[in-house]
Design a protein around this ligand. Structure first.
Ligand SMILES: NC(=O)c1ccc[n+]([C@@H]2O[C@H](COP(=O)([O-])OP(=O)(O)OC[C@H]3O[C@@H](n4cnc5c(N)ncnc54)[C@H](OP(=O)(O)O)[C@@H]3O)[C@@H](O)[C@H]2O)c1
Length: 338
């Protein structure tokens, strides 16, 4: 019988608006034991995702909601302590679906083995995991950018956005980013080779967008929704594609802001299409191989924003995403990593 304690964060009640400290409960339970086909993982990094908040509501979605009293599920990266699955051994590094906890038992067939000689573990949970894959499949399958087209990405300095923008550049598009500070805009242009970047908090937003997109926009990779997306409808080119990746600006709202300028879809013969990354699961590995090749060639930079803390700090780190405090993939590094 194991005697160590496992710090875990549970949903205490369903939040109203943005989640606060009273919506969570920190518990210290026994470290679980893996059964046949399962692996015991010591979690070093937790993925912090804006959409987590939407999984704490009641009701239905594309995945099951977190129930009150349950440990909150998130992507994790860590080290295998004990394995009852033939593909994994103690000491291996893995990423997979886990929870806000220090130790977790995960079915081996849901884990990905990470070669940390190719990329650090943080990148395996960032650009090479759900956010990077979302950028890859959303852009290439739905947006299908062609050489010379203008691709505009919102939340462009975030985890999904920065990978989407860089892949658009690799495909020969003219890439324009939208982000929340002038420093982020400079970062996109100077470090990630975006052609232009616009601060959406500017008082002259529409004029700035018009200047940055003189030939209008062929592909919008949208991560934020709300009023910003509504403004972007006014920049669509004929035949444009809007990729609905997510709507971070709306996740804490009781009522979702819907676009009023949507008739531009008719005028510009444009389309707007959403997707869920899980539908591409059988192609994740092939996508990673291509992305790793781009990383090796220096064409794709994977950037992580790592915050140190315990599992109880997860809600505060999530709050920082809504404030736009991150550049790159937001991760919480647990004391178990040391
Ligand atoms: N469809 C799928 O299968 C799928 C899978 C994974 C993720 N996603 C979606 O992808 C999007 C990006 O996720 P991520 O993990 O990469 O997060 P992220 O972009 O790294 O972090 C969120 C960013 O959103 C921006 N933001 C926050 N509040 C905003 C507001 N009110 N208006 C405009 N921008 C705001 C902030 O940047 P600024 O400083 O620029 O404001 C912040 O850095 C999310 O909507 C997520 O749900 C979709």
């Amino acid at each position: 019988m194991k005697t160590e304690k496992n710090a875990q964060l549970r949903l205490a009640k369903r939040p109203q608006g943005e989640a606060g400290p009273d919506d969570f409960e920190l518990t210290h339970d026994q470290v679980p034991s893996p059964r046949d086909g399962e692996v015991l993982v010591e979690c070093h990094l937790l993925s912090v995702d804006p959409s987590s908040r939407t999984h704490w509501n009641a009701g239905q979605s594309y995945r099951s909601m977190v129930q009150v009293g349950q440990v909150i599920d998130v992507g994790v990266a860590g080290r295998v302590l004990e394995s009852n699955h033939p593909d994994f051994s103690a000491g291996d590094y893995i990423v997979g679906p886990g929870g806000i906890h220090e130790f977790g038992v995960i079915p081996g067939d849901q884990l990905t083995l990470c070669d940390t000689r190719i990329a650090p573990l943080s990148s395996w949970l960032g650009g090479l995991y759900m956010t990077g894959l979302t950028a890859y499949f959303g852009l290439l399958e739905i947006g299908q950018p062609k050489e010379g087209e203008t691709v505009l990405v919102t939340a462009a300095s975030g985890a999904v956005g920065m990978v989407a923008g860089q892949i658009a550049g690799i495909k020969g598009a003219r890439v324009v980013g939208v982000a929340g500070t002038d420093e982020k805009c400079q970062f996109l242009i100077n470090e990630l080779k975006f052609e232009a970047a616009v601060n959406y908090k500017s008082l002259t937003l529409y004029n700035d967008l018009r200047e940055a997109t003189p030939d209008r926009v062929d592909v919008i990779f949208d991560n934020v929704g709300g009023p910003l997306l509504d403004t972007l409808f006014r920049r669509l080119a004929i035949g444009a594609r809007i990729i609905v990746s997510g709507a971070t600006s709306q996740y804490n709202n009781e009522t979702i802001y819907g676009p009023t300028n949507y008739l531009a879809l008719a005028t510009m013969r444009a389309r707007m299409e959403g997707f869920i990354i899980f539908d591409y699961e059988d192609r994740y590995q092939a996508a990673r191989v291509e992305m790793i090749e781009w990383v090796k060639r220096g064409e794709l930079k994977l950037v992580e924003n790592i915050v140190d803390g315990g599992v109880g700090d997860y809600p505060n780190v999530l709050h920082r995403l809504y404030e736009g405090a991150n550049v790159g993939k937001m991760l919480l590094r647990l004391p178990t990593a040391n």
